[in-house]
Design a protein around this ligand. Structure first.
Ligand code: FAD
Length: 401
C-alpha cells in the first residue's frame, strides 16, 4: 500500500504545533509529512509589534523552521502556495512545484483588512509578517536620520490606526523605543509624537473598564495622543485625513485596525465567509475530502451566531486536536470534536506593563506583564521544550539593528 501523504500549508502557530503533534504520534513510516512555508523561519506573530518598534532582536521573533522540527518525520519545504486543486489533490507552489497530498491542512494565517480606505493599502505600514514589521522599524530609523537633515516634524509623528489589542501593543512598544532613538540620534524627545486613532468611542473594545482606564492613564502619562470616535478617511505618504476634517502631517501610519483570513483563501474555490474558510466541529473544511483548516484561516463557530476570534490561543488549541484528528482520519478511527477553552487575554503595553484577564481574574501593571511572559514562554515550551525557552532568554537585543 502507498504511504499516505500529509501536507501542511503554513508554519505559523497552527501549522507548527500540528507538525509537533504529528511528530509525536505518527509511527515511523506511517505517513509522509511535508510542511510548506513561505520562508524558512517561523515568526512569532504575537510579538511582531516588537520587531516593528525594534525592541526585540530579530532572532527572538524569527526562528529557523528546520531547527524546530525534532525528527525526520516532517519534511520542510520552503515555498509560497499559489493554489490548490482539491479534485486532483495537488498544491501548486510559486516555484512551479506540484505537491500531492492525501490529507491537507490549511493554516495560512491572516492578512490585514484595510476596508478599501483610499491610500491605506499603498501607504500604511502593516503588522502582518516579520518582513512587514521589519519594514516599519527601518522606516522609523530613516525618519530619525532624515529629521537630522530637514527637521520636518511630520517625520517624527507616528500614528497608529486602531486601538484594539494589536494597536495598543504597538503603541506600548513605541513608548519604549522612541526615547532610546532620540538619544541615539541626539534629537529632543519633545519633538516626537505618538497618535492613536480609533473609530470606536473607546480604546480596547471588548476589554474591561479597568483595563481601558489603566491603558488610558498610562498613555496620557507618556504623552500619547488618543483620538477615539475618529475615522481615517484616506492617507498619503505624508498625511492622514480624518473624518473630523483634520489633516495630520505624518509620514508613518501603522495599520492595526483589522485582520481577515489570508487573501489566498479566496482563490481556492472553497466556500468563504468573512474572509475565512468555514470548518466543521472536527476542523475539516466542509464539502472537500480530507482537508482540514485551523487558525486565522478558519471560520470556526463558537455557537450558532458567533465565530471564534482569530487568536494564537484558538490556533494552538485547534492544532493540538488537528494533529490527532488527521492521524485518526488516516487510520479510519473516529475524530474528536473541537472544544475551545478561553483562558484569558493579556495585552502588553511595552515590556514593563500589560492589561487583561486570566482565568477570570482582572490584571494590570507589572504582574500582568509577567503573566504575558509566562504565556509567551508556554508557547516556546510547546514548540521546542525547556531548551528553546533558555535559548530564547539568552538572546539579547543589539541596539539599532
Ligand atoms: P500565522 O501564525 O500567521 O501563520 C501563518 C503562516 O503561513 C506564516 O508562517 C506565513 O508565512 C505562512 N504563509 C502565509 N501565506 C503563505 C503562502 N501563500 N505560502 C506559504 N506560506 C504562507 N493572539 C493571541 O492569542 N494572543 C496575543 O497576545 C496575540 N497578540 C498578537 C499581536 C500581534 C502584533 C499580532 C499581529 C497578532 C496577535 N495575535 C495574538 C494573533 C495571533 O498572532 C494569530 O491569531 C496567530 O498567529 C494565528 O496563527 P496561524 O497559524 O493561523 O497563522
Amino acid at each position: 500500500m502507498k504511504t499516505p501523504k500529509i501536507v501542511i500549508l503554513g508554519a505559523g502557530y497552527g501549522g507548527l504545533i500540528t507538525s509537533r503533534q504529528l511528530e509525536k504520534s505518527l509511527s515511523d513510516g506511517e505517513a509522509e509529512v511535508t510542511l510548506i512555508n513561505k520562508h524558512d523561519y517561523h515568526y512569532i506573530s504575537t510579538q511582531l509589534h516588537k520587531t516593528g518598534a525594534g525592541t526585540a532582536s530579530d532572532d527572538k521573533i524569527a526562528l529557523h523552521i528546520p531547527n524546530l522540527l525534532k525528527t525526520n518525520k516532517i519534511h520542510f519545504k520552503k515555498g509560497t502556495v499559489q493554489n490548490v486543486d482539491f479534485g486532483k489533490k495537488k498544491v501548486y507552489l510559486d516555484s512551479g512545484d506540484k505537491i500531492e497530498y492525501d490529507y491537507l491542512l490549511i493554516s495560512l494565517g491572516f492578512d490585514v483588512a484595510t476596508f478599501d480606505i483610499p491610500g491605506v493599502e499603498e501607504n500604511a505600514f502593516k503588522i502582518k509578517s516579520f518582513q512587514s514589521t521589519k519594514a516599519i522599524y527601518n522606516h522609523i530609523l530613516r525618519q530619525f536620520a532624515a529629521y537630522k537633515i530637514d527637521s520636518d516634524p511630520s517625520r517624527l509623528t507616528f500614528a497608529v490606526a486602531g486601538a484594539g489589542f494589536t494597536g495598543i501593543e504597538m503603541v506600548g512598544e513605541l513608548i519604549e523605543a522612541l526615547p532610546n532613538l532620540c538619544r541615539a540620534y541626539d534629537i529632543p524627545f519633545s519633538k516626537t509624537r505618538i497618535i492613536t486613532i480609533e473609530a470606536c468611542p473607546t480604546i480596547l473594545p471588548g476589554f474591561d473598564q479597568e483595563a481601558i482606564d489603566f491603558t488610558t492613564t498610562y498613555f496620557k502619562k507618556n504623552n500619547v495622543e488618543l483620538m477615539t470616535s475618529t475615522k481615517i478617511r484616506k492617507c498619503s505618504p505624508t498625511s492622514i485625513d480624518l473624518d473630523n476634517g483634520e489633516v495630520l502631517p505624518s509620514k508613518t501610519l501603522i495599520w492595526a485596525a483589522g485582520v481577515r483570513g489570508n487573501f489566498l483563501l479566496e482563490k481556492l474555490n472553497l466556500p468563504i465567509s468573512r474572509g475565512r474558510i468555514p470548518v466543521d466541529e472536527f476542523l475539516r473544511v466542509k464539502g472537500v475530502e480530507n482537508v482540514f483548516c485551523i487558525g486565522d484561516a478558519a471560520l470556526c463557530m463558537k455557537d450558532e451566531k458567533n465565530a471564534l476570534p482569530p487568536t494564537a490561543q484558538v490556533a494552538l488549541q485547534q492544532a493540538v486536536l488537528c494533529g490527532p484528528n488527521m492521524i485518526a482520519s488516516l487510520r479510519g478511527e473516529p475524530l474528536k470534536p473541537f472544544m475551545y477553552h478561553h483562558k484569558g487575554t493579556v495585552a502588553s503595553i511595552g515590556n514593563k506593563v500589560a492589561v487583561g484577564k486570566v482565568f477570570g481574574l482582572k490584571i494590570s501593571g507589572s504582574f500582568a506583564a509577567l503573566m504575558k511572559q509566562v504565556i509567551e514562554a508556554r508557547y516556546l515550551l510547546m514548540l521546542g521544550g525547556p531548551s528553546l525557552i533558555i535559548k530564547q532568554l539568552l538572546k539579547i537585543k543589539k541596539p539599532y539593528t
